[in-house]
Design a protein around this ligand. Structure first.
Ligand code: AMP
Length: 176
């Protein structure tokens, strides 16, 4: 995928050490959202990638995946669905648990979030270990959808999240 000159030209991904806990270097994407040109460029590039993969539905992962996923869906004229944290969705839903460094997390989707056979492009702000995206892909597949691609603004390559996403088309705009 093409790089994002606007994003690379400026330090728009801010390092915040020891957040949310000691030892974690948090990649804060809020400066991207505060730059309309960079935000628009990032959405445009991810939308182009989703289109290239023939997406028929965009799934955003809570919560920053919603910020990037919704404008992509609107730009392409596609439905948008949410993969949410445990206990947030009101309607009938399915759940997938995945491992964290310590403990587990659960991600959920509504039963009708994806149509059987639909080509689904999954969006999040950042790919770290890939656990969240892999669990979201399992949800889409249990609903009968086909994961045609995944798009991230940032990828922490040293965490090798792609190893958790073997078999999927994974793209990211900025790699660290
Ligand atoms: P993972 O499941 O390990 O790929 O984690 C991905 C999710 O956690 C994404 O929704 C990210 O927003 C968030 N995340 C994980 N690590 C970081 C980090 N170092 N900086 C910012 N967000 C992170």
């Amino acid at each position: 995928m093409a790089s994002v000159p606007q994003l690379l030209a400026e330090p728009l991904i801010r390092d915040v050490p020891d957040f949310p806990k000691p030892g974690i270097l948090f990649k804060d994407i809020t400066p991207v959202l505060q730059s309309p040109a960079a935000f628009q460029e990032a959405v445009g590039l991810l939308a182009a990638d989703a289109k290239k993969h023939g997406a028929e539905c965009i799934v955003g992962i809570e919560s920053r995946g919603f910020i990037f996923g919704t404008p992509i869906a609107l730009e392409l004229g596609l439905p948008f669905s949410m993969a949410r944290k445990f206990g947030k969705l009101p309607y009938e839903r399915i759940s997938e648990e995945y491992a964290l460094e310590y403990g587990t997390n659960i991600v959920e989707m509504h039963m009708d979030a994806v149509d059987p056979g639909q080509r689904v492009y999954i969006v999040d702000d950042l790919l770290a270990t890939g656990g969240t995206a892999a669990a979201s892909a399992r949800l889409v597949e249990r609903l009968g959808g086909h994961v045609c691609g995944m798009g991230f603004l940032v990828e922490l390559g040293f965490l090798e999240g792609r190893k958790n996403l073997l078999g999927y088309q994974v793209d990211s705009l900025i790699q660290f």
